[in-house]
Design a binder for this molecule. Structure first.
Ligand code: F6R
Length: 606
Protein backbone atom coordinates (compact mmCIF):
# COMPACT_ATOMS: atom_id res chain seq x y z
CA UNK A 1 0.00 0.00 0.00
CA UNK A 2 1.14 3.66 0.20
CA UNK A 3 4.85 4.05 0.83
CA UNK A 4 6.98 6.91 2.12
CA UNK A 5 10.66 7.59 1.61
CA UNK A 6 12.58 10.67 2.76
CA UNK A 7 16.19 11.87 2.76
CA UNK A 8 18.26 14.65 4.29
CA UNK A 9 22.04 14.73 3.95
CA UNK A 10 25.00 15.80 1.83
CA UNK A 11 23.96 14.08 -1.43
CA UNK A 12 21.50 15.06 -4.15
CA UNK A 13 18.16 13.84 -2.84
CA UNK A 14 16.29 12.96 -6.03
CA UNK A 15 18.22 9.81 -7.10
CA UNK A 16 18.06 8.52 -3.52
CA UNK A 17 14.33 9.20 -3.35
CA UNK A 18 13.70 7.49 -6.68
CA UNK A 19 15.65 4.43 -5.60
CA UNK A 20 13.69 4.42 -2.33
CA UNK A 21 10.42 4.53 -4.31
CA UNK A 22 11.62 1.70 -6.51
CA UNK A 23 12.20 -0.44 -3.43
CA UNK A 24 8.71 0.39 -2.16
CA UNK A 25 7.08 -0.53 -5.48
CA UNK A 26 6.26 -4.09 -4.45
CA UNK A 27 3.80 -2.82 -1.83
CA UNK A 28 1.34 -1.90 -4.60
CA UNK A 29 0.47 1.64 -5.70
CA UNK A 30 -1.18 3.61 -8.46
CA UNK A 31 0.73 6.90 -8.51
CA UNK A 32 3.98 8.38 -7.27
CA UNK A 33 5.59 11.68 -6.49
CA UNK A 34 8.49 13.44 -4.85
CA UNK A 35 9.39 16.83 -3.47
CA UNK A 36 12.95 18.19 -3.27
CA UNK A 37 13.97 21.28 -1.35
CA UNK A 38 16.55 23.68 -2.63
CA UNK A 39 15.38 27.05 -1.33
CA UNK A 40 11.97 26.52 -2.86
CA UNK A 41 10.40 23.10 -2.86
CA UNK A 42 9.93 21.48 -6.28
CA UNK A 43 7.17 18.87 -6.57
CA UNK A 44 6.76 16.25 -9.29
CA UNK A 45 3.96 13.70 -9.30
CA UNK A 46 2.40 11.32 -11.75
CA UNK A 47 -0.18 8.59 -12.07
CA UNK A 48 1.52 5.28 -12.92
CA UNK A 49 4.75 3.58 -12.09
CA UNK A 50 7.98 5.00 -10.65
CA UNK A 51 9.46 4.72 -14.15
CA UNK A 52 6.77 7.13 -15.43
CA UNK A 53 7.66 9.60 -12.70
CA UNK A 54 11.33 9.23 -13.62
CA UNK A 55 10.43 10.15 -17.23
CA UNK A 56 8.91 13.51 -16.28
CA UNK A 57 11.76 14.60 -14.00
CA UNK A 58 14.32 17.14 -15.23
CA UNK A 59 17.86 15.85 -15.81
CA UNK A 60 18.99 17.16 -12.43
CA UNK A 61 17.04 18.44 -9.46
CA UNK A 62 19.27 20.36 -7.10
CA UNK A 63 18.56 19.77 -3.43
CA UNK A 64 19.82 17.69 -0.51
CA UNK A 65 16.55 16.99 1.19
CA UNK A 66 13.22 15.62 0.07
CA UNK A 67 10.26 13.33 0.56
CA UNK A 68 8.64 10.85 -1.80
CA UNK A 69 5.51 8.72 -1.93
CA UNK A 70 3.78 5.83 -3.64
CA UNK A 71 0.00 6.22 -3.38
CA UNK A 72 -2.68 3.51 -3.30
CA UNK A 73 -5.90 5.47 -3.68
CA UNK A 74 -8.40 5.49 -0.81
CA UNK A 75 -9.91 9.02 -0.78
CA UNK A 76 -10.21 10.44 -4.28
CA UNK A 77 -9.53 8.92 -7.68
CA UNK A 78 -6.22 7.97 -9.23
CA UNK A 79 -5.15 11.37 -10.59
CA UNK A 80 -2.00 13.47 -10.66
CA UNK A 81 -3.65 16.03 -8.33
CA UNK A 82 -4.48 13.40 -5.74
CA UNK A 83 -0.95 11.98 -5.79
CA UNK A 84 1.41 13.02 -3.01
CA UNK A 85 3.35 15.16 -2.03
CA UNK A 86 0.76 17.82 -1.21
CA UNK A 87 1.82 21.45 -0.79
CA UNK A 88 0.12 23.96 1.52
CA UNK A 89 -1.64 26.99 0.04
CA UNK A 90 1.40 29.30 0.27
CA UNK A 91 3.91 26.55 -0.45
CA UNK A 92 5.65 26.78 2.92
CA UNK A 93 4.92 23.16 3.83
CA UNK A 94 4.85 20.00 1.73
CA UNK A 95 3.70 16.67 3.12
CA UNK A 96 3.40 13.00 2.28
CA UNK A 97 0.93 10.95 4.30
CA UNK A 98 -0.07 7.31 4.73
CA UNK A 99 -3.23 6.37 6.61
CA UNK A 100 -6.68 7.92 6.75
CA UNK A 101 -7.73 11.22 8.29
CA UNK A 102 -11.23 10.36 9.50
CA UNK A 103 -12.34 13.94 10.21
CA UNK A 104 -10.96 15.28 6.91
CA UNK A 105 -14.40 16.41 5.75
CA UNK A 106 -14.86 18.59 8.80
CA UNK A 107 -11.30 19.96 8.56
CA UNK A 108 -11.83 20.72 4.86
CA UNK A 109 -14.95 22.69 5.62
CA UNK A 110 -13.21 24.77 8.25
CA UNK A 111 -10.27 25.43 5.88
CA UNK A 112 -12.73 26.48 3.17
CA UNK A 113 -14.36 28.90 5.57
CA UNK A 114 -10.91 30.41 6.20
CA UNK A 115 -10.51 30.90 2.45
CA UNK A 116 -8.09 28.02 1.80
CA UNK A 117 -8.65 26.36 -1.57
CA UNK A 118 -7.96 22.65 -1.61
CA UNK A 119 -6.81 21.30 -4.93
CA UNK A 120 -7.11 17.55 -4.41
CA UNK A 121 -9.89 15.23 -3.27
CA UNK A 122 -7.66 13.56 -0.69
CA UNK A 123 -8.03 13.47 3.06
CA UNK A 124 -4.25 14.04 3.37
CA UNK A 125 -4.11 17.52 1.83
CA UNK A 126 -5.82 19.13 4.82
CA UNK A 127 -2.77 18.34 6.93
CA UNK A 128 -0.47 20.46 4.74
CA UNK A 129 -2.76 23.48 5.10
CA UNK A 130 -3.28 23.08 8.83
CA UNK A 131 0.46 22.72 9.45
CA UNK A 132 1.04 25.92 7.45
CA UNK A 133 -1.62 27.73 9.46
CA UNK A 134 -0.02 26.57 12.71
CA UNK A 135 3.45 27.49 11.42
CA UNK A 136 2.31 31.09 11.00
CA UNK A 137 1.87 31.28 14.81
CA UNK A 138 5.49 30.73 15.91
CA UNK A 139 7.45 29.51 12.86
CA UNK A 140 8.29 26.34 14.79
CA UNK A 141 7.91 23.34 12.40
CA UNK A 142 7.88 20.70 15.12
CA UNK A 143 5.23 22.48 17.15
CA UNK A 144 3.21 23.24 14.02
CA UNK A 145 3.07 19.54 13.10
CA UNK A 146 2.25 18.62 16.70
CA UNK A 147 -0.61 21.12 16.93
CA UNK A 148 -1.93 20.14 13.50
CA UNK A 149 -2.00 16.44 14.28
CA UNK A 150 -3.82 17.08 17.53
CA UNK A 151 -6.68 18.38 15.40
CA UNK A 152 -6.74 15.27 13.25
CA UNK A 153 -8.51 11.99 13.98
CA UNK A 154 -7.40 8.81 12.24
CA UNK A 155 -4.12 7.18 11.31
CA UNK A 156 -0.93 8.62 9.93
CA UNK A 157 2.61 8.11 8.94
CA UNK A 158 3.45 11.65 7.86
CA UNK A 159 6.58 13.50 6.73
CA UNK A 160 6.72 17.24 6.22
CA UNK A 161 9.36 19.50 4.68
CA UNK A 162 9.42 23.28 5.05
CA UNK A 163 10.45 25.99 2.62
CA UNK A 164 12.21 28.00 5.33
CA UNK A 165 13.68 25.27 7.52
CA UNK A 166 16.25 22.55 6.83
CA UNK A 167 14.59 19.64 8.53
CA UNK A 168 12.05 16.87 8.04
CA UNK A 169 9.37 16.45 10.69
CA UNK A 170 7.62 13.11 10.78
CA UNK A 171 5.06 11.40 13.00
CA UNK A 172 3.44 8.02 13.34
CA UNK A 173 0.03 6.88 14.47
CA UNK A 174 -1.01 3.56 13.00
CA UNK A 175 1.07 3.71 9.79
CA UNK A 176 4.68 2.56 10.07
CA UNK A 177 7.66 4.88 9.76
CA UNK A 178 11.27 3.91 10.30
CA UNK A 179 14.17 6.34 10.54
CA UNK A 180 17.47 5.17 9.05
CA UNK A 181 20.53 6.79 10.64
CA UNK A 182 23.51 7.19 8.32
CA UNK A 183 26.71 9.18 8.79
CA UNK A 184 25.75 12.82 8.38
CA UNK A 185 22.57 11.75 6.63
CA UNK A 186 19.12 10.51 7.66
CA UNK A 187 16.50 8.48 5.85
CA UNK A 188 12.87 7.83 6.61
CA UNK A 189 10.82 5.02 5.19
CA UNK A 190 7.60 3.16 5.74
CA UNK A 191 9.42 -0.09 5.04
CA UNK A 192 12.75 -1.36 6.38
CA UNK A 193 13.63 -3.03 3.03
CA UNK A 194 14.04 0.39 1.47
CA UNK A 195 16.60 1.37 4.13
CA UNK A 196 18.91 -1.63 4.03
CA UNK A 197 20.85 -0.26 1.03
CA UNK A 198 21.86 2.75 3.16
CA UNK A 199 22.11 1.76 6.80
CA UNK A 200 21.35 -0.94 9.37
CA UNK A 201 20.88 1.57 12.22
CA UNK A 202 17.18 2.33 12.52
CA UNK A 203 14.52 3.71 14.82
CA UNK A 204 11.04 2.23 14.47
CA UNK A 205 8.70 5.07 15.44
CA UNK A 206 5.90 4.03 17.78
CA UNK A 207 2.32 5.31 17.64
CA UNK A 208 2.23 8.80 19.13
CA UNK A 209 5.89 9.55 18.26
CA UNK A 210 7.05 12.66 16.48
CA UNK A 211 10.59 13.01 15.11
CA UNK A 212 12.58 15.95 13.80
CA UNK A 213 15.40 15.03 11.46
CA UNK A 214 18.36 17.08 10.32
CA UNK A 215 21.33 15.58 8.47
CA UNK A 216 23.13 15.00 11.73
CA UNK A 217 20.45 14.64 14.39
CA UNK A 218 17.21 12.92 15.31
CA UNK A 219 15.03 14.47 18.00
CA UNK A 220 12.28 12.19 19.27
CA UNK A 221 9.26 13.38 21.22
CA UNK A 222 5.59 12.57 21.52
CA UNK A 223 2.51 14.15 20.07
CA UNK A 224 1.68 15.54 23.48
CA UNK A 225 5.12 17.17 23.75
CA UNK A 226 6.67 14.69 26.20
CA UNK A 227 9.78 12.54 25.82
CA UNK A 228 9.48 9.45 23.66
CA UNK A 229 10.79 6.19 25.06
CA UNK A 230 11.43 4.80 21.55
CA UNK A 231 14.95 3.43 21.12
CA UNK A 232 17.11 2.69 18.08
CA UNK A 233 17.94 -0.81 16.92
CA UNK A 234 20.08 -2.60 14.35
CA UNK A 235 18.29 -4.19 11.40
CA UNK A 236 18.87 -7.90 11.20
CA UNK A 237 20.51 -9.05 8.01
CA UNK A 238 17.58 -10.43 6.09
CA UNK A 239 18.67 -13.63 4.39
CA UNK A 240 17.72 -13.68 0.74
CA UNK A 241 18.17 -11.32 -2.13
CA UNK A 242 15.49 -8.71 -2.61
CA UNK A 243 16.48 -8.07 -6.23
CA UNK A 244 15.09 -9.97 -9.21
CA UNK A 245 18.36 -11.51 -10.45
CA UNK A 246 17.84 -13.74 -13.49
CA UNK A 247 14.13 -14.36 -12.89
CA UNK A 248 11.51 -12.66 -15.09
CA UNK A 249 9.21 -12.01 -12.10
CA UNK A 250 9.43 -11.92 -8.32
CA UNK A 251 6.56 -14.39 -8.06
CA UNK A 252 8.46 -17.07 -9.98
CA UNK A 253 11.63 -16.32 -8.02
CA UNK A 254 9.75 -16.67 -4.75
CA UNK A 255 8.09 -19.93 -5.82
CA UNK A 256 11.58 -21.31 -6.52
CA UNK A 257 12.90 -19.96 -3.22
CA UNK A 258 10.47 -22.12 -1.26
CA UNK A 259 12.84 -25.03 -0.54
CA UNK A 260 15.48 -22.71 0.95
CA UNK A 261 12.89 -20.59 2.72
CA UNK A 262 11.48 -23.74 4.33
CA UNK A 263 14.98 -24.77 5.44
CA UNK A 264 15.43 -21.39 7.11
CA UNK A 265 12.08 -21.74 8.83
CA UNK A 266 12.60 -25.20 10.32
CA UNK A 267 16.33 -24.97 10.96
CA UNK A 268 17.10 -25.39 14.68
CA UNK A 269 13.43 -25.59 15.61
CA UNK A 270 12.94 -29.36 15.71
CA UNK A 271 13.97 -31.50 18.67
CA UNK A 272 14.45 -35.10 17.48
CA UNK A 273 15.35 -36.35 20.93
CA UNK A 274 12.00 -35.34 22.33
CA UNK A 275 10.06 -35.64 19.09
CA UNK A 276 8.85 -32.07 19.50
CA UNK A 277 8.91 -28.59 18.02
CA UNK A 278 11.19 -26.03 19.68
CA UNK A 279 9.78 -22.55 19.08
CA UNK A 280 11.65 -20.58 21.74
CA UNK A 281 10.23 -17.19 20.70
CA UNK A 282 6.78 -18.25 21.92
CA UNK A 283 8.08 -18.39 25.49
CA UNK A 284 5.55 -21.12 26.32
CA UNK A 285 6.53 -23.95 28.65
CA UNK A 286 5.04 -27.45 28.27
CA UNK A 287 3.17 -26.81 31.53
CA UNK A 288 1.62 -23.64 30.11
CA UNK A 289 0.71 -25.42 26.86
CA UNK A 290 -0.98 -28.22 28.78
CA UNK A 291 -3.43 -25.74 30.34
CA UNK A 292 -4.53 -23.88 27.20
CA UNK A 293 -8.35 -24.08 26.86
CA UNK A 294 -8.48 -23.25 23.14
CA UNK A 295 -6.47 -21.67 20.32
CA UNK A 296 -7.51 -18.92 17.93
CA UNK A 297 -5.63 -18.01 14.76
CA UNK A 298 -6.18 -14.75 12.89
CA UNK A 299 -5.19 -13.67 9.42
CA UNK A 300 -6.31 -12.22 6.08
CA UNK A 301 -6.16 -13.68 2.57
CA UNK A 302 -3.32 -16.12 2.16
CA UNK A 303 -2.39 -15.80 5.82
CA UNK A 304 -5.93 -16.82 6.77
CA UNK A 305 -5.65 -19.85 4.48
CA UNK A 306 -2.41 -20.81 6.25
CA UNK A 307 -4.18 -20.25 9.59
CA UNK A 308 -6.92 -22.69 8.55
CA UNK A 309 -4.31 -25.36 7.89
CA UNK A 310 -2.73 -24.54 11.25
CA UNK A 311 -6.13 -24.93 12.88
CA UNK A 312 -6.57 -28.45 11.51
CA UNK A 313 -3.04 -29.48 12.52
CA UNK A 314 -3.31 -28.14 16.07
CA UNK A 315 -6.70 -29.75 16.61
CA UNK A 316 -5.49 -33.04 15.20
CA UNK A 317 -2.21 -33.24 17.10
CA UNK A 318 -3.16 -31.56 20.38
CA UNK A 319 -6.88 -32.47 20.58
CA UNK A 320 -7.67 -28.92 21.60
CA UNK A 321 -10.49 -26.79 20.16
CA UNK A 322 -8.94 -24.46 17.60
CA UNK A 323 -10.52 -21.74 15.49
CA UNK A 324 -9.31 -19.70 12.51
CA UNK A 325 -10.75 -16.21 12.07
CA UNK A 326 -10.67 -13.66 9.28
CA UNK A 327 -9.10 -10.66 11.03
CA UNK A 328 -11.38 -8.05 9.43
CA UNK A 329 -14.46 -9.75 10.89
CA UNK A 330 -13.05 -10.62 14.28
CA UNK A 331 -13.17 -7.33 16.14
CA UNK A 332 -16.66 -6.43 14.96
CA UNK A 333 -18.19 -9.65 16.28
CA UNK A 334 -17.39 -8.76 19.88
CA UNK A 335 -15.41 -11.97 20.46
CA UNK A 336 -15.23 -13.65 23.85
CA UNK A 337 -11.58 -13.68 24.93
CA UNK A 338 -10.32 -16.21 27.44
CA UNK A 339 -7.19 -14.92 29.23
CA UNK A 340 -5.51 -18.35 29.16
CA UNK A 341 -6.33 -19.09 25.52
CA UNK A 342 -3.64 -18.88 22.88
CA UNK A 343 -4.05 -16.38 20.05
CA UNK A 344 -1.88 -16.23 16.94
CA UNK A 345 -1.74 -13.37 14.45
CA UNK A 346 -0.54 -14.79 11.13
CA UNK A 347 0.89 -12.20 8.74
CA UNK A 348 3.60 -11.81 6.13
CA UNK A 349 3.96 -8.04 6.23
CA UNK A 350 3.25 -7.58 9.92
CA UNK A 351 1.44 -4.36 8.95
CA UNK A 352 -2.05 -5.52 7.97
CA UNK A 353 -4.46 -3.07 9.60
CA UNK A 354 -7.30 -5.61 10.00
CA UNK A 355 -5.01 -7.99 11.87
CA UNK A 356 -3.53 -5.16 13.95
CA UNK A 357 -7.03 -4.14 15.07
CA UNK A 358 -7.95 -7.73 15.92
CA UNK A 359 -4.80 -8.02 18.08
CA UNK A 360 -5.65 -4.79 19.89
CA UNK A 361 -9.16 -6.10 20.56
CA UNK A 362 -7.76 -9.29 22.11
CA UNK A 363 -5.21 -7.38 24.17
CA UNK A 364 -7.89 -4.95 25.35
CA UNK A 365 -9.91 -7.90 26.61
CA UNK A 366 -6.97 -9.31 28.56
CA UNK A 367 -5.74 -11.89 26.06
CA UNK A 368 -2.20 -12.52 24.80
CA UNK A 369 -1.36 -12.69 21.12
CA UNK A 370 1.66 -14.37 19.56
CA UNK A 371 2.84 -13.34 16.12
CA UNK A 372 3.52 -15.67 13.21
CA UNK A 373 5.23 -13.00 11.16
CA UNK A 374 7.66 -12.66 8.29
CA UNK A 375 8.87 -9.05 8.43
CA UNK A 376 11.21 -8.63 11.37
CA UNK A 377 10.49 -5.56 13.48
CA UNK A 378 7.11 -4.96 11.80
CA UNK A 379 4.25 -3.37 13.77
CA UNK A 380 2.59 -6.72 14.52
CA UNK A 381 5.85 -8.39 15.56
CA UNK A 382 6.47 -5.54 17.98
CA UNK A 383 2.89 -5.33 19.23
CA UNK A 384 2.82 -9.05 20.03
CA UNK A 385 6.28 -9.08 21.54
CA UNK A 386 6.38 -12.88 21.36
CA UNK A 387 5.97 -15.29 18.51
CA UNK A 388 7.61 -17.05 15.60
CA UNK A 389 9.40 -15.36 12.74
CA UNK A 390 8.74 -17.48 9.67
CA UNK A 391 12.01 -16.43 7.95
CA UNK A 392 10.80 -16.47 4.36
CA UNK A 393 13.13 -13.64 3.41
CA UNK A 394 11.80 -10.64 1.49
CA UNK A 395 8.59 -11.39 -0.42
CA UNK A 396 8.08 -8.83 -3.15
CA UNK A 397 5.40 -10.21 -5.46
CA UNK A 398 1.97 -9.12 -4.31
CA UNK A 399 0.77 -12.73 -4.54
CA UNK A 400 2.14 -14.50 -1.50
CA UNK A 401 3.85 -17.86 -2.11
CA UNK A 402 6.88 -18.64 0.03
CA UNK A 403 5.38 -16.85 3.05
CA UNK A 404 2.33 -19.14 2.83
CA UNK A 405 4.56 -22.23 2.88
CA UNK A 406 6.58 -20.97 5.81
CA UNK A 407 3.46 -20.02 7.78
CA UNK A 408 2.22 -23.58 7.31
CA UNK A 409 5.64 -24.95 8.32
CA UNK A 410 5.79 -22.71 11.42
CA UNK A 411 2.26 -23.68 12.46
CA UNK A 412 3.08 -27.37 11.89
CA UNK A 413 6.01 -27.02 14.29
CA UNK A 414 3.76 -25.33 16.83
CA UNK A 415 1.13 -28.07 16.40
CA UNK A 416 3.87 -30.60 17.05
CA UNK A 417 5.06 -28.73 20.14
CA UNK A 418 1.62 -28.38 21.71
CA UNK A 419 0.68 -31.88 20.50
CA UNK A 420 3.63 -33.39 22.37
CA UNK A 421 2.68 -31.47 25.54
CA UNK A 422 -0.83 -32.87 25.50
CA UNK A 423 -1.52 -35.81 23.27
CA UNK A 424 0.85 -37.46 20.84
CA UNK A 425 3.66 -39.94 21.49
CA UNK A 426 7.32 -39.24 20.91
CA UNK A 427 7.26 -41.73 18.01
CA UNK A 428 4.48 -39.82 16.27
CA UNK A 429 6.37 -36.61 16.89
CA UNK A 430 9.57 -38.02 15.38
CA UNK A 431 7.60 -39.17 12.34
CA UNK A 432 6.34 -35.64 11.75
CA UNK A 433 9.82 -34.20 12.28
CA UNK A 434 11.16 -36.60 9.69
CA UNK A 435 8.38 -35.54 7.33
CA UNK A 436 9.11 -31.84 7.87
CA UNK A 437 12.80 -32.30 7.27
CA UNK A 438 12.08 -33.97 3.95
CA UNK A 439 9.76 -31.23 2.69
CA UNK A 440 12.36 -28.75 1.32
CA UNK A 441 13.99 -31.49 -0.72
CA UNK A 442 10.61 -32.78 -1.96
CA UNK A 443 9.54 -29.30 -3.08
CA UNK A 444 12.85 -28.99 -4.88
CA UNK A 445 12.32 -32.28 -6.64
CA UNK A 446 8.77 -31.25 -7.65
CA UNK A 447 10.11 -27.97 -9.06
CA UNK A 448 12.53 -29.96 -11.21
CA UNK A 449 9.66 -31.98 -12.65
CA UNK A 450 6.50 -29.86 -12.60
CA UNK A 451 4.21 -31.96 -14.79
CA UNK A 452 1.72 -30.64 -17.36
CA UNK A 453 1.19 -27.17 -15.83
CA UNK A 454 0.77 -25.60 -19.28
CA UNK A 455 -1.99 -28.09 -20.17
CA UNK A 456 -3.82 -26.96 -17.04
CA UNK A 457 -3.29 -23.34 -18.11
CA UNK A 458 -4.90 -24.12 -21.50
CA UNK A 459 -8.01 -25.38 -19.68
CA UNK A 460 -8.39 -22.44 -17.29
CA UNK A 461 -7.16 -19.40 -19.20
CA UNK A 462 -10.41 -18.66 -21.05
CA UNK A 463 -12.80 -20.16 -18.51
CA UNK A 464 -15.77 -18.14 -17.21
CA UNK A 465 -14.86 -19.41 -13.75
CA UNK A 466 -12.71 -22.09 -12.15
CA UNK A 467 -13.78 -24.33 -9.28
CA UNK A 468 -11.15 -25.52 -6.77
CA UNK A 469 -12.07 -28.50 -4.59
CA UNK A 470 -10.31 -30.36 -1.79
CA UNK A 471 -11.26 -32.08 1.45
CA UNK A 472 -9.83 -32.00 4.96
CA UNK A 473 -6.43 -30.38 4.99
CA UNK A 474 -6.69 -29.81 1.22
CA UNK A 475 -9.81 -27.60 1.55
CA UNK A 476 -7.73 -24.53 2.59
CA UNK A 477 -5.21 -25.43 -0.13
CA UNK A 478 -8.06 -25.22 -2.63
CA UNK A 479 -8.88 -21.75 -1.25
CA UNK A 480 -5.27 -20.69 -1.60
CA UNK A 481 -5.12 -21.93 -5.20
CA UNK A 482 -8.32 -20.04 -6.04
CA UNK A 483 -7.06 -16.85 -4.39
CA UNK A 484 -3.79 -17.00 -6.36
CA UNK A 485 -5.46 -17.52 -9.75
CA UNK A 486 -8.12 -14.91 -9.07
CA UNK A 487 -5.77 -12.20 -7.86
CA UNK A 488 -3.18 -12.36 -10.61
CA UNK A 489 -5.12 -13.67 -13.65
CA UNK A 490 -8.46 -11.97 -12.81
CA UNK A 491 -10.45 -15.16 -13.42
CA UNK A 492 -13.43 -15.62 -11.07
CA UNK A 493 -12.59 -18.63 -8.89
CA UNK A 494 -14.58 -20.51 -6.31
CA UNK A 495 -13.08 -22.80 -3.67
CA UNK A 496 -15.16 -25.31 -1.75
CA UNK A 497 -14.63 -28.36 0.43
CA UNK A 498 -15.17 -31.10 -2.17
CA UNK A 499 -18.13 -32.66 -0.35
CA UNK A 500 -19.99 -29.35 -0.38
CA UNK A 501 -19.80 -29.09 -4.18
CA UNK A 502 -23.00 -31.10 -4.69
CA UNK A 503 -24.89 -28.70 -2.40
CA UNK A 504 -24.62 -25.74 -4.77
CA UNK A 505 -21.52 -25.08 -6.90
CA UNK A 506 -22.32 -28.10 -9.08
CA UNK A 507 -24.93 -25.90 -10.76
CA UNK A 508 -22.09 -23.99 -12.44
CA UNK A 509 -20.72 -27.01 -14.28
CA UNK A 510 -21.22 -27.37 -17.99
CA UNK A 511 -19.35 -29.15 -20.77
CA UNK A 512 -15.67 -28.26 -20.46
CA UNK A 513 -15.81 -26.37 -17.12
CA UNK A 514 -12.38 -26.67 -15.49
CA UNK A 515 -12.37 -28.06 -11.95
CA UNK A 516 -9.11 -28.30 -10.02
CA UNK A 517 -9.03 -31.09 -7.43
CA UNK A 518 -6.43 -31.37 -4.69
CA UNK A 519 -6.42 -35.04 -3.72
CA UNK A 520 -3.37 -36.21 -1.78
CA UNK A 521 -3.25 -39.79 -0.62
CA UNK A 522 -4.99 -39.29 2.74
CA UNK A 523 -8.05 -40.63 4.59
CA UNK A 524 -10.52 -38.48 2.60
CA UNK A 525 -9.17 -39.32 -0.85
CA UNK A 526 -11.92 -41.80 -1.73
CA UNK A 527 -14.55 -39.22 -0.80
CA UNK A 528 -12.79 -36.71 -3.04
CA UNK A 529 -12.83 -39.29 -5.82
CA UNK A 530 -16.66 -39.39 -5.57
CA UNK A 531 -16.79 -35.63 -6.11
CA UNK A 532 -14.53 -36.04 -9.14
CA UNK A 533 -16.98 -38.57 -10.62
CA UNK A 534 -19.89 -36.19 -10.02
CA UNK A 535 -18.05 -33.40 -11.87
CA UNK A 536 -16.98 -35.63 -14.75
CA UNK A 537 -20.54 -36.83 -15.18
CA UNK A 538 -21.49 -33.21 -15.93
CA UNK A 539 -18.81 -32.72 -18.56
CA UNK A 540 -16.25 -30.95 -16.36
CA UNK A 541 -12.56 -31.15 -17.23
CA UNK A 542 -10.61 -32.33 -14.20
CA UNK A 543 -7.20 -30.95 -13.32
CA UNK A 544 -5.98 -33.26 -10.60
CA UNK A 545 -3.18 -32.59 -8.11
CA UNK A 546 -2.24 -35.96 -6.62
CA UNK A 547 0.65 -37.94 -5.21
CA UNK A 548 3.13 -39.67 -7.50
CA UNK A 549 2.20 -43.27 -8.22
CA UNK A 550 -1.35 -42.95 -6.85
CA UNK A 551 -4.04 -44.72 -8.89
CA UNK A 552 -6.39 -41.74 -8.46
CA UNK A 553 -4.46 -40.30 -11.44
CA UNK A 554 -6.85 -42.26 -13.68
CA UNK A 555 -9.58 -39.81 -12.70
CA UNK A 556 -8.02 -36.65 -14.14
CA UNK A 557 -7.93 -35.07 -17.59
CA UNK A 558 -4.74 -33.25 -16.64
CA UNK A 559 -2.82 -34.94 -13.83
CA UNK A 560 -0.08 -33.16 -11.93
CA UNK A 561 1.76 -35.32 -9.43
CA UNK A 562 3.74 -34.20 -6.40
CA UNK A 563 6.13 -36.37 -4.36
CA UNK A 564 4.49 -38.27 -1.50
CA UNK A 565 4.95 -36.67 1.92
CA UNK A 566 3.67 -37.11 5.50
CA UNK A 567 -0.14 -36.81 5.28
CA UNK A 568 -0.34 -33.76 7.53
CA UNK A 569 2.22 -31.89 5.44
CA UNK A 570 0.66 -32.39 2.00
CA UNK A 571 -0.33 -28.68 1.67
CA UNK A 572 3.38 -27.81 1.43
CA UNK A 573 3.58 -29.87 -1.76
CA UNK A 574 0.11 -29.55 -3.30
CA UNK A 575 0.10 -25.75 -3.16
CA UNK A 576 3.15 -25.45 -5.44
CA UNK A 577 1.48 -26.58 -8.72
CA UNK A 578 -1.42 -24.25 -7.88
CA UNK A 579 1.01 -21.34 -7.57
CA UNK A 580 2.54 -22.30 -10.92
CA UNK A 581 -0.86 -22.61 -12.64
CA UNK A 582 -1.75 -19.10 -11.43
CA UNK A 583 1.62 -17.70 -12.50
CA UNK A 584 1.60 -19.18 -16.01
CA UNK A 585 -2.07 -18.34 -16.60
CA UNK A 586 -1.47 -14.70 -15.65
CA UNK A 587 1.56 -14.62 -17.92
CA UNK A 588 -0.39 -16.17 -20.80
CA UNK A 589 -3.15 -13.55 -20.36
CA UNK A 590 -0.64 -10.70 -20.36
CA UNK A 591 -1.34 -9.67 -16.75
CA UNK A 592 1.14 -7.87 -14.52
CA UNK A 593 2.11 -10.91 -12.48
CA UNK A 594 3.95 -9.14 -9.67
CA UNK A 595 1.69 -6.13 -9.35
CA UNK A 596 -1.89 -7.16 -10.02
CA UNK A 597 -4.38 -4.34 -10.45
CA UNK A 598 -5.98 -2.83 -7.35
CA UNK A 599 -4.01 -4.97 -4.92
CA UNK A 600 -1.39 -3.94 -2.40
CA UNK A 601 1.26 -6.03 -0.69
CA UNK A 602 0.82 -4.41 2.65
CA UNK A 603 -2.81 -3.49 3.38
CA UNK A 604 -2.55 -0.77 5.98
CA UNK A 605 -6.17 0.44 5.98
CA UNK A 606 -9.16 -1.35 7.51
C1 F6R B 1 -2.56 -13.02 -1.36
C2 F6R B 1 -2.06 -12.02 -0.48
C3 F6R B 1 -3.01 -11.36 0.48
C4 F6R B 1 -2.34 -11.31 1.86
C5 F6R B 1 -3.22 -10.54 2.87
C6 F6R B 1 -2.60 -10.56 4.26
O1 F6R B 1 -1.58 -13.53 -2.20
O2 F6R B 1 -0.91 -11.75 -0.51
O3 F6R B 1 -4.22 -12.04 0.54
O4 F6R B 1 -2.11 -12.62 2.28
O5 F6R B 1 -3.38 -9.23 2.45
O6 F6R B 1 -1.34 -9.96 4.27
P1 F6R B 1 -0.33 -10.19 5.45
O7 F6R B 1 0.08 -11.62 5.43
O8 F6R B 1 0.81 -9.27 5.16
O9 F6R B 1 -1.03 -9.86 6.73
Amino acid sequence: MCGIFGYIGPHQASPILLEGLRRLEYRGYDSTGLAVKNGAISIYKKVGKVQQLREILPQTIEGNMGIAHTRWATHGGVTDENSHPHPSAQGKVVIVHNGIIENARMLRTSLNVQGVKLVSETDSEVLAHIIERELSIDDNPEEAVRRALRQARGTWGICAVFKDHDMIVCARNGSPLIIGQGINEMFISSDPHALTAHTQQVIYLEDGDLATLTATSVKLSTLTGGDSSTKGTTLENDWGESELGDYPHFMLKEIYEQPDALRHCINGRLDRTRGSGKLGGLKLSPAALAKVPHVRLLGCGTSYNAAEIGRLLIEKLARIPTFAHISSEFRHNDPVIHPSALHFAVTQSGETADTLSAIKEIQLKGGNVHGVVNVVGSSIARLCGRGVYIHSGPEQAVASTKAFSNMVAALSMFALQIGRSRNISKERGVELIHGLQQVPHLVESYLENQGPILEAVELVKNAKSVLFLGRGISAPVAKEGALKLMEIAYIPCLAYPAGEMKHGPIALLEEGSPVIFIAPNDHVKTKTASAIHECRARGAKIILIHEEGDEIAEEGDVCISVPPVHNLLSPLLTVVPLQLIAYHTALELGCDVDRPRNLAKSVTVE
